[in-house]
Write a protein that binds this ligand. Structure first.
Ligand code: MG
Length: 249
């Protein structure tokens, strides 16, 4: 039994802005499936991809989005994301594991060919690395809980010289289940995430209702995400994050 309480952080959109890499890898993954979007190139993130990124939960969804991007109806996707997604999968005869495999291979190839260039497609949000390192001064450990694979997340954390007390990737299962497991091992002080739906799921999970949930306002948020937050979800900005945990909202 560890003694220090734990503060748990999502990775993409909370610690690191990887937009350039999401697009780059998704484009290459789509190409490997003979579905690269026409007229779009890996080095230039399309605004539409950027705008729809907040709807994405798992990595494979980015590959589908990239493949569909050239002739996609934004309004229809925003209003019925899952319906559009299912229709696109069906039309292409694709499954999520095929797309996830393509994404993982694209990333692996990028890391093997030019690790430094791949790393440079990622940027930690301003002040995040320093803030994470300072949590120890408050008697806190911090952990990463992400839907990205553990190996790629570890690679990035290592590059930014960040060492969480614990790292759980997509292999560990749904975030609510992982949080329940962590909570059995030591006290949890909060969960910091940029996907509102994930926080809502966490708060509706038996045993996690009392967990302080923070929605980061610098992450990949949908336009409506900041509005009318349910009790239990607090919006936090970079200024507040820099303050001691006792002064968080
Ligand atoms: Mg995120």
């Amino acid at each position: 039994m560890q003694e220090h309480p734990l503060l748990v952080f999502d990775f993409d959109g909370v610690i690191v802005d990887g937009m350039a890499e999401y697009w780059w890898s998704s484009w290459h993954a789509a190409k490997s499936l003979n579905a690269e979007p026409s007229g779009l190139f890996p080095a230039q993130v399309p605004e539409l991809f950027r705008r729809l990124r907040p709807w994405i939960h798992h990595g494979w969804e980015m590959v589908l989005l990239a493949a569909e991007l050239s002739d996609l109806n934004e309004e229809a996707w925003v209003e019925g994301y899952e319906v559009q997604q299912r229709a696109a999968l069906l039309r292409r005869g694709w499954r999520d594991d095929l797309l996830q495999g393509a994404l993982d291979r694209a990333r692996l190839q990028a890391v093997q060919q030019d690790r430094a260039a791949w790393l440079q497609l990622h940027r930690p949000f301003p002040g995040l690395a320093r803030r994470l390192r300072s949590l120890g001064d408050e008697g806190l450990d911090w952990a990463v809980l992400t839907t990205k694979s553990e190996a790629f997340t570890a690679e990035l954390l290592n590059a930014f010289d960040l060492e969480p007390a614990r790292l759980d990737g997509r292999e560990a299962g749904p975030k609510s289940e992982v949080l329940l497991r962590l909570q059995r091992e030591r006290p949890l002080r909060g969960f910091v995430e940029d996907r509102r739906a994930t926080l809502e799921t966490v708060l509706s999970t038996e045993g996690l209702q009392g967990l302080p949930c923070y929605l980061v306002d610098w992450g990949y948020l949908k336009p409506a995400d900041r509005k009318q937050l349910p009790p239990g979800i607090r919006l936090i900005d970079l200024d507040r994050l820099a303050k001691p945990l006792a002064q968080w909202p």
